[in-house]
Every structure is written in C-alpha cells, then in structure tokens.
Design a protein around this ligand. Structure first.
Ligand code: CP
Ligand code: NVA
Length: 319
C-alpha cells in the first residue's frame, strides 16, 4: 500500500490531488471494496464515528447522492442531508453558508453549477473539507470510479488509451485530468464548439506522467482507433436543457454505436457515467452489450468515494 501522503483539505478537482494521492485513492478504493463483505467488522467501519458530513445538491442525482450517503454510513459517520432550498448564494451569500456549516460539520459534499461557487465556499471555511459532487466544469468523483473500473479490468493503467466521444464537458475534463496523471492516453472527439476547453488541455498536459498524451479529434472514428475503452456522456448536461434540440443535431455524428465500437481495439470496453440516453449518445445495443461496464462504474462510485472520505477525514486510519 502506498503510504499516506500529505493531508488534503478539499477535493474540488482531480488537480487537488497529486499523482501519489490519486494512486493511493485507487488502492484504498480497491481495499474498501474487498472489505465491504465484512460489514461492521470491516477495518474502516467506525473511522468516521463522531464526524458529521453534510450534502448539498443544487441539481438532481441518483448515483452520487446515494453512494455518498452509503459511504458515510458504512464508515460510521453521520449524514446531514441539507434540503435544496438552502440554494447556495440565493438565500444568503455562499461564504455565509460555508461559515455556518463549519461550526457544525467536518465536511460538505456539494453539487452545484459554477466551479467558482465551490472555490468561494471552500475559501471561506478554512476548517471544512469540501468535495465536488459535480459542477458545470468538473466531476472529479466520477473520474475516481472510472479509473478504478479500468484498473480492475486491465490491471496496469499506464499506456492504455481511452477515447471519449461527445461533449467536452465536466466528465471529459475530470477524465482528462486523471488519465494524464495516471499515465493513460486520452483521446477526445467533439464537434466545434464543444471541444474540451483549452485551459483543461494545458492543465492535463502539465500534470501528465509516464508519457500520457491528451489528443483532441474532430472525428469520432479517428479518436477510437485502437482505443482500449470508449466513453461517452449525455449531449445535454444538467442546466443546458433549452439547448437539447440543437445539440441533438450537432452531436448526431458522435453517437457510440456498433460500427464505432468495431474501430476500437478488439474487446474494447464501453463506458458511460450515466444517466444514458439510448438512441442519442449511445445505441441500446452498445449500452447492453458485453463490452459495457457502466454498472461497474456506478458501483465503483461507492468504493471510490469511501476512499476519498478516508483520505480527507481519516488520513491516519492506518490503512
Ligand atoms: N454519474 C453521476 O454523477 O450520476 P448522478 O447524476 O445520478 O449522481
Ligand atoms: N455531464 C452530465 C453528467 C451527469 C452525471 C451533467 O453535467 O449533467
């Protein structure tokens, strides 16, 4: 097991971790996954006893909300599920919400719109651990589960290639950050003007290890050629609903279907963060195929986020 690295306050972005943190998080996730069958006898079953963790979601969620709730409970912590009417920044300033919560709880898990809201929240409350449960710009908890899933399938991640086809969005950003740090080549194919932001390309390039390359493509077929896994996400993210019709037309050539999968490496995996829209970003055939690991990814949200909570809240738990 990689030794504990320095304590981290927040996880607003994959970039808040260094490579050692990220690798340790994946190792810890695999360990807590293996230990889950021990139930209350698992070595981590009580490590968050006495810790209160609040969750505040400004957008819908099935996977992230459920897996964080279970993770907190299975680590012996106490959940404070804040109602959506707390509405960051609309009832009272973001910094005031943060400075209230830090008097009561140890950590807050937030799903909201702008990354700036999270940054403002975390800066206002120096004692509070803040976790990004998805913003318009990043979805770092998803990336932990994604690379845990790939590690389970491939063993060694370094040198593998993952092709992301579709919107250069929050999921693509965190995938690019983590892939680069873990030595995985990331290919991203998107139509103009939905490509990965230039700033993200620069960030990923600056944290890349073991020769990992991030490459952007305008054709899905070029991006998936020889890839070990093909990943896609919704064409219309939460908050973009009024653009749905326009996006459906623009993204149509970027659908993941059997023909596209046949251009990837034989046996290539299909990945999706979910929720999925069959007939749009992926066909029902690919979604339901043996190549699909989407429910492994969903399961691994639980184990990845348990590992993350351990790293932030119980770094000396002795694992
Ligand atoms: N993948 C994911 O974050 O799912 P939810 O939106 O349901 O949390
Ligand atoms: N890009 C999607 C991811 C959902 C988990 C969204 O932001 O809605």
């Amino acid at each position: 097991m990689t030794p504990a690295t320095q304590t981290r306050k927040d996880f607003l972005s994959v970039l808040d971790f260094d490579v050692a943190d990220l690798e340790r998080c994946l190792q810890l996730a695999a360990q807590v996954k293996a230990d889950r069958s021990l139930g209350r006898h698992a070595p981590t079953a009580d490590v968050l006893n006495g810790h209160h963790v609040a969750m505040l979601f400004d957008k819908p969620s099935l996977r992230t909300r459920t897996t964080f709730e279970i993770a907190i409970r299975e680590l012996g912590g106490h959940l404070v599920a804040l109602p959506a009417d707390v509405a960051l920044g609309r009832r009272e300033p973001v910094a005031d919400v943060a400075r209230n919560l830090e008097r009561w709880v140890d950590a807050v898990i937030i799903r909201t719109f702008s990354q700036h809201i999270l940054l403002e929240f975390a800066a206002a409350a120096k004692r509070l651990h803040v976790v990004n449960a998805l913003t318009d710009q990043e979805h770092p908890c998803q990336a932990i589960a994604d690379f845990l899933t790939l590690q389970e399938r491939f063993g060694q991640l370094r040198g593998r290639t993952i092709a992301y086809v579709g919107d250069g969005n929050n999921v693509a950003t965190s995938l690019a950050h983590a892939g680069a740090m873990l030595g995985v080549h990331v290919h991203i194919a998107s139509p103009e003007p939905y490509q990965l932001p230039h700033a993200v390309v620069q960030q990923a390039t600056s944290v890349a290890r073991h020769g990992a390359r991030l490459r952007l493509f305008s054709e899905a077929t070029d991006a998936v050629a020889g890839a070990d896994a093909v990943y896609t996400d919704t064409w219309t993210s939460m908050g973009q609903e009024t653009e749905a019709e326009r996006r459906r037309a623009i993204f149509a050539p970027f659908q993941v279907n059997d023909e596209l999968m046949s251009l990837a490496k034989p046996g290539a995996l299909f990945m999706h963060c979910l929720p999925a829209h069959r007939g749009e970003e992926v066909t029902a055939e690919v979604f339901e195929s043996d190549a699909s690991v989407v429910f492994d990814q969903a399961e691994n949200r639980l184990h990845g986020q348990k590992a993350l909570l351990l790293m932030l809240l119980a770094p000396s738990a002795g694992l």
